[in-house]
Design a protein around this ligand. Structure first.
Ligand SMILES: Cc1cc2nc3c(=O)[nH]c(=O)nc-3n(C[C@H](O)[C@H](O)[C@H](O)COP(=O)(O)OP(=O)(O)OC[C@H]3O[C@@H](n4cnc5c(N)ncnc54)[C@H](O)[C@@H]3O)c2cc1C
Length: 487
């Protein structure tokens, strides 16, 4: 059944150069990148605070090196510095990638100050809704505010929603899930504990192994929920007070179906409660453990991947492929959490053929954030153009921030030259990024070649249930206009 709304006038809430939809790591970097280069920027975030998974889902780990040298600097490094004592480097580097763990509350403050100092207008409690597309260009988005529906207009719109919400609504084609069954990576409810006695637990390694085996036995009998084995064992064997966000309670399903997502969130919260109850009962040192915090939202690793001018693949990751339109480096492995929710991860296997060689990194290309249909709409973060395997590397927050900073900077350069983002001289963009502290080496001296028209390869995206989510294709859109064009 459909309803038809009568035409009505919508007040304009803001009109800026750039509208960034989504205030996660990618959106923050895009907004700051654009604002620092002279663009007037509005950032919309649906939750009460910015930070995305880093703050609201308690995902508090950042990786920055390729196992030999750090290759991610720029805004990531600035945030590390702003976070002060709220972030610390874990031991292990350089035998494993340089890893920082942070307090999500301190990171939220650091992100807020970064945005404020860059002059970004931040509007939380506002979900970007419908995309306003006119003659092949996006004009802005609609949002339902506390005082009614309003329009937020911009000359460039950057979709950083993680779900490709704006891009899909604007009619861009997208993929969803892995080939075969269309399932996306498993999700996880993160949580934090207090009240542990780590010294007592550390003194009982045999007890840690017993409790871990008990969990496995109960799970086998169907009397305990799924969990990530290697994570559970490590939390029991080497508990730390306060600082850890426990990443071990998986669920699987469709993050684009509100009803399913609600049920999965409830199920995941129950899994956390059951896990902590068993640990309190069985594990020395955990008797007084309390759940200090659960993720405000379920941690989502993958949803739509919006088709771009380039698509990041596993091969590009594993072979550390370099790109002429590089905006930064990525190095993480093809890190897939079982889309059926068993808790198994390819990270646990750590096979050589799922990661770049030691000391090598791949290039994140601008083309994975641009598309062939709407030249003033870019997509950054975990919904950018990649295969199911490619995004399993580039979904890392640090990688999403590299994308965001590159695209935000490209948007500002494009606006100041009155051209589209795909037409910005890559060498000029790369020089600007480098002067802003972005690590960018080994750029091939080759011309950038973009696929100009993806129409022939369009397919309908399907959810794992077999339900058709969307074609991602708005039939009224004119063909791509990737040529130089006035806004
Ligand atoms: C459990 C778990 C563990 C992980 N572990 C790590 C790790 O160890 N290291 C690491 O680097 N990465 C890790 N990741 C991956 C990483 O957290 C995400 O891939 C990353 O946060 C993606 O960044 P993003 O900005 O693209 O999206 P998100 O962080 O999801 O941010 C998107 C933002 O957009 C907002 N939004 C969505 N729709 C709208 C709308 N319509 N209007 C306005 N706002 C909207 C959301 O509220 C959110 O704030 C993990 C992920 C999960 C789930």
């Amino acid at each position: 059944m459909n309803i038809v709304l009568p035409a009505r006038k919508i007040p304009v809430l803001t009109e800026t150069d750039v509208v960034v939809c989504g205030g996660g790591p990618a959106g923050i970097a895009a907004a700051v990148g654009a604002a620092r280069h002279g663009a007037r920027v509005t950032l919309l975030e649906r939750w009460p605070s910015v930070g995305g998974q880093a703050t609201n889902a308690l995902v508090n780990i950042w990786h920055t090196s390729d196992r030999v040298r750090p290759v991610i600097f720029g805004l990531v490094q600035e945030l590390i510095e702003r976070c002060g004592e709220g972030i610390w480097r874990l031991p292990g580097y350089p035998s494993s990638p340089e890893t920082h763990e942070f307090d999500p509350g301190q990171m939220r403050l650091a992100m807020e100050s970064l945005l404020k100092d860059a002059g970004v207008r931040v509007l939380c409690h506002l979900a970007a809704g419908e995309a306003l597309v006119e003659e092949g260009r996006i004009r802005g988005v609609l949002a339902d505010t506390k005082t009614g529906r309003k329009a937020l207009l911009g000359r460039v719109v950057i979709d950083a929603t993680g779900d490709g919400h704006i891009a899909a609504g604007a009619g861009l084609p997208f993929d969803f899930g892995r080939p075969g069954d269309g399932r996306v990576q498993g999700m996880t409810m993160m949580f934090r504990l207090c009240g542990l006695d780590p010294a007592k637990a550390l003194a009982c390694p045999a007890e840690a192994d017993r409790v871990f085996r008990l969990m496995q036995e109960l799970r086998y009998k169907g009397a305990f929920p799924p969990f990530m084995d290697y994570a559970a064992r490590s939390y029991l064997r080497s508990p730390r007070p306060h600082t850890v966000s426990y990443n071990m309670c998986p669920v699987a399903g469709n993050p684009l179906d509100e009803e399913e997502l609600t049920a999965l969130s409830m199920q995941a919260r129950r899994q956390v409660a059951d896990t902590v109850a068993l640990w309190r009962r069985e594990m020395p040192g955990f008797e007084r453990a309390e759940i200090e915090q659960m993720g405000f939202e379920l941690g989502v690793r993958e949803s739509r991947r919006v088709r771009g001018l380039k698509t990041l693949t596993a091969e590009m990751v594993i072979k550390a492929v370099k790109q002429p339109d590089a905006i930064g480096h990525g190095f993480w492995m093809v890190d897939i959490h079982d889309p059926k929710g068993s808790g198994h991860t390819t990270w646990a296997d750590r096979k050589a053929d799922s990661m770049p060689p030691v000391g090598e990194s791949y290039h994140i290309p601008l083309g994975m954030c641009l598309n062939a249909r709407i030249p003033n709409l870019a997509v950054v973060g975990r919904c950018a153009s990649a295969t199911h395997e490619g995004i399993a590397s580039c979904r890392l927050q640090t990688h999403c921030m590299v994308m965001g900073q590159g695209v935000g900077t490209a948007a500002a350069l494009a606006l100041s030259a009155d051209m589209d983002m795909a037409c910005v001289d890559p060498a000029a963009l790369q020089a600007t990024l480098k002067s802003d502290g972005v690590y960018l080496e080994d750029v091939p001296a080759k011309p950038v070649r973009y696929r100009q028209n993806l129409d022939a390869s369009l397919i309908n995206a399907k959810a794992h249930s077999g339900t058709r989510i969307a074609t991602g294709l708005a039939p009224t859109l004119p063909p791509s206009t990737m040529s130089r064009q006035r806004m």
